[in-house]
Write a protein that binds this ligand. Sequence first.
Ligand SMILES: Cc1cc2nc3c(=O)[nH]c(=O)nc-3n(C[C@H](O)[C@H](O)[C@H](O)COP(=O)(O)O)c2cc1C
Length: 329
Amino acid sequence: MFRIGPYFIDSKVILAPMAGVTDRPFRQLCRRLGAGLVVSEMVTSNTALWGSRKSSLRMDHTGEVEPIAVQIAGGDPMMMAEAAQLNVANGAQIIDINMGCPAKKVCKKVAGSALLKDEQLVADILHAVVSAVDVPVTLKFRTGWSTEERNALRIARIAEDAGISALALHGRTRACGFSGEVEYDTIAAVVESVSIPVFCNGDIDSAQKAKQVLDHTKAAAVMIGRAAQGRPWIFREIDHYLRTGQESPDTSLCEVRDILNSHLSELNRFYGEFMGPRIARKHASWYLQSVPNSELFRKKFNALETAQEQSDSLQSFFEQLIKKEERAA
Ligand SMILES: Cc1cc2nc3c(=O)[nH]c(=O)nc-3n(C[C@H](O)[C@H](O)[C@H](O)COP(=O)(O)O)c2cc1C
């Protein structure tokens, strides 16, 4: 399908990095369900903060499928180079640089998408990181700082010249946040202007949309963020459609139950008995959004404290739904 340095990626559907979502259990699940590549939640380049439990969990890659891609965020070239080196020593096989995140916390420190305002600094960071490590370096960015200051084409050129191996482009400016139409035309223009793979990102939430966007932009892959929350089988659905032109049957309630159950038990194993069930709540809530008449159950589920209680209540909730579905059939 396409290459990132020495790594052959056998699917045109990849998972977008999302802080607070794409932790190791979620990445592993998405890979199992057809994502060709998954990228970790961003790790700050400020190594003084790495001692926190949050950072150390983000840097735990035990059992992950190759290639392990780690995203780093920061605004200082030397610190970014050092962070890249340390992450490679810790198992990263691809380093992804975040110039796409609009979060105030990140932008205030001149990192994430705020960097796009300063093209010289972009070039300095990219050169510093590429020359510091001998693994492929990729860049995730937006189409510019604001609609008046769109510079995706120039940033793409700077990146290719610096030796970046692939680009992920969210087709919005930083100022647009998550609203407004995605600029698939800008993504198409970037694809046209560089010879490295470009991943198209923004509002792709179905197999048909993925195909349409790939046909329009000629991107190497689609990158899926929010649509994968509570719907990790979207990778399998899109991959199947792109390969065969056939839509997959809907994921059955039995399978949703099994995927959710195994996801929650992995969260519990990864985060431990206190944090695990708390982090499980938001994921369960996303899964349940596509399950009809689940509002009351969601409220009840959010009050449960232990993984065992969560698993038992999900089991009986789904059992009732499945029985109802069988009776209606
Ligand atoms: C909760 C959340 C966290 C995110 N965290 C990151 C991040 O850590 N790094 C990054 O480059 N982008 C981050 N993003 C942006 C996504 O990677 C992606 O570009 C964006 O959601 C648009 O894609 P989508 O429409 O498929 O969701 C985040 C988005 C969300 C919703």
